[in-house]
Write a protein that binds this ligand. Sequence first.
Ligand code: GTP
Ligand code: MG
Length: 197
Amino acid sequence: MDIKEAKFLMSNTKVEECPAPDKPEYAFIGRSNVGKSSLINMLTGQKGLAKTSSSPGKTQLINHFLINNSWYLVDLPGYGYAKVSKESREKWRKMINYYFLKRENLTCVFVLIDSRHEPLKQDLEFTEYLGKMGVPFVIVFTKLDKQSALKTEANVSAFARKMSETWDELPLMFKTSAEKRIGKDEILDYIEEINVQ
Ligand code: GTP
Ligand code: MG
């Protein structure tokens, strides 16, 4: 699939005020600074569509984009930023939980994992949480260009191994780099595939 048109629609903290749930929705989430906004810009081919930043915690709201007039792409605020206050973290948890519970058109969540790291507890816990909530998800490893292919493979395998301690079946795993534009077609083709189902 090609993205011909990508439009920013709105930012929200309230699920009720999000666009009408009349189209399939795909949400992107992961630790702060993992590269969510950069990946969205890479997928849509629009550099400044989602705001990126080298300081973590830039995305604080639920951001809706309308793609090809037929599906929603959502940039969700990241988790795991150490400098965030306890209250903000709790606010984030409530907002995200409510979003996953109520957003009836949510089709798949893309959980972004930084491919530079060995498996992180926060990421593993987040996938477990999604499982408990019954939210369908896939994994997207980001920032492949930051290290050797060998190192990436080691980290990806270690993550898969850790996941298989709690999951019988592993989710799909994509490998990407927003910098080098790796993984774009794979993700867009996957979205197209589930869109027609
Ligand atoms: P928050 O919204 O703050 O949670 O961050 P985010 O997950 O949206 O990350 P963002 O896209 O803003 O990127 C964070 C930093 O990582 C920026 O400095 C990006 O330029 C950099 N970055 C993102 N993706 C890549 C990538 O594939 N390769 C490299 N080398 N850098 C990347
Ligand atoms: Mg962001």
